[in-house]
Design a binder for this molecule. Structure first.
Ligand SMILES: [Zn+2]
Ligand SMILES: [Zn+2]
Length: 341
């Protein structure tokens, strides 16, 4: 597999003074799947404001509300019909506009929190010929809604149709298996993180990068609309983590949660601010610096911090010069090795 970045930029040390703000370095990662195990630290993370109250509870509540109030009855989904499919599409479009559009207005149009927690000094509102309609925001909205929401809906429609026709192995009833039902919510972000690492590395394979992933990487400075701004091929592989429910006993709520988590969290995760602050106080974590480093330097941090895949596979960059030097050394050794073989 060939990385997309040129030799020149892989050898260049990262610029020292680039960020308006960044968390304390080195980045520590998430203490759940680490060795040796730190059970107390892991528990503290799982119950933290960033994970439990910033991810699991809001996305879990949204999935339940979607299922109870915004979902066509499952019996209607037994046949592919435009009425219920358009209902699902409009629901997903509404959620994307609400989250990405709401954050964009709050953070960039009305600048309600100024530059508190803003990482990249540049605004994600560039103009130029690389962007559709010459405007980064319109371009990002186009890819997010026309391709992203459509393929998100397509995965959901496929699962709803399969559930309605009894084609999936197990319909997990929460009254009979409440623990398994709850644990599935907990497992989805971790599974999605592993899946993201591997498909993201694949997307950095030069032909695929040029064909698809370059669309996402035109956003050197990211905003809420950048996260889900991808080429359809990337949407297809990125969202495919939901296919795990073909073999794992699940409820349709898990499908909604899984897709909403992937799609909407890419909007929050690219917002460009560490947290959403109201009157100066953080109310929800937004963008991990780990992925901002990926947008800045390309060949590092392919995963997210929930799973330490980057550490396991030698692609982690924790923001320090030592870490960058070690990363470049490993990369050059790998290239020398592949030239010899
Ligand atoms: Zn990204
Ligand atoms: Zn990438």
């Amino acid at each position: 597999m060939t990385d997309a970045e040129t030799v020149d930029s892989t050898r260049r040390a990262p610029r020292g003074i680039f960020w308006l703000w960044h968390p304390p370095l080195p980045l520590k990662g998430v203490p759940v799947f680490i060795w040796p195990p730190q059970p107390l630290e892991a528990l503290r993370f799982l119950l933290s404001r960033g994970f439990l109250w910033g991810m699991l509870v809001p996305f879990g509540a949204l999935a339940v509300v979607s299922w109870v109030y915004l979902q066509p009855a499952l019996e209607r989904c037994a046949e592919f019909r435009l009425d219920w499919i358009s209902q699902v599409y409009l629901r997903n479009l509404g959620l994307m506009v609400l989250v990405a559009g709401g954050l964009h207005l709050y953070l960039y149009t009305f600048k309600r929190q100024g530059s508190d927690g803003k990482m990249n000094p540049r605004e994600p509102t560039a103009s130029g010929r690389t962007f559709f309609a010459g405007n980064q925001v319109w371009d990002n909205m186009f890819w997010s809604c026309a391709s992203g929401v459509t393929l998100w809906t397509a995965y959901e429609v496929g699962f709803l149709w399969a559930y309605a026709n009894g084609l999936l192995p197990v319909y997990l009833d929460w009254t009979q298996h409440p623990v398994w039902f709850g644990l599935t919510f907990l497992a989805i972000p971790f599974w999605s993180s592993v899946h993201f690492y591997f498909v993201h590395r694949l997307l950095h394979w030069k032909p695929l990068y040029k064909l698809a992933h370059a669309v996402h990487h035109r956003n050197e400075s990211t905003g809420p609309w950048s996260g889900f701004s991808m080429h359809p091929i990337e949407h297809l592989v990125f969202l495919s983590s939901v296919l795990i429910h073909l073999v794992v006993a699940s409820h349709p709520i898990h499908i909604l949660f899984h897709n909403q988590f992937n799609a909407l969290q890419s909007a929050t995760g690219h917002a460009g601010f560490d947290s959403l602050r109201v009157k100066g106080k953080p109310v929800m974590w937004l963008t991990p610096f780990h992925h901002q480093l990926h947008h800045r330097h390309f060949n590092c941090n392919y995963g997210n911090e929930l799973m330490p895949c980057d550490r396991w596979f030698g692609t982690d960059y924790d923001g320090t010069h030592q870490s960058w030097a070690a990363l470049v050394k490993r990369r050059l050794a790998r290239r020398a090795g592949s030239r010899r073989s």
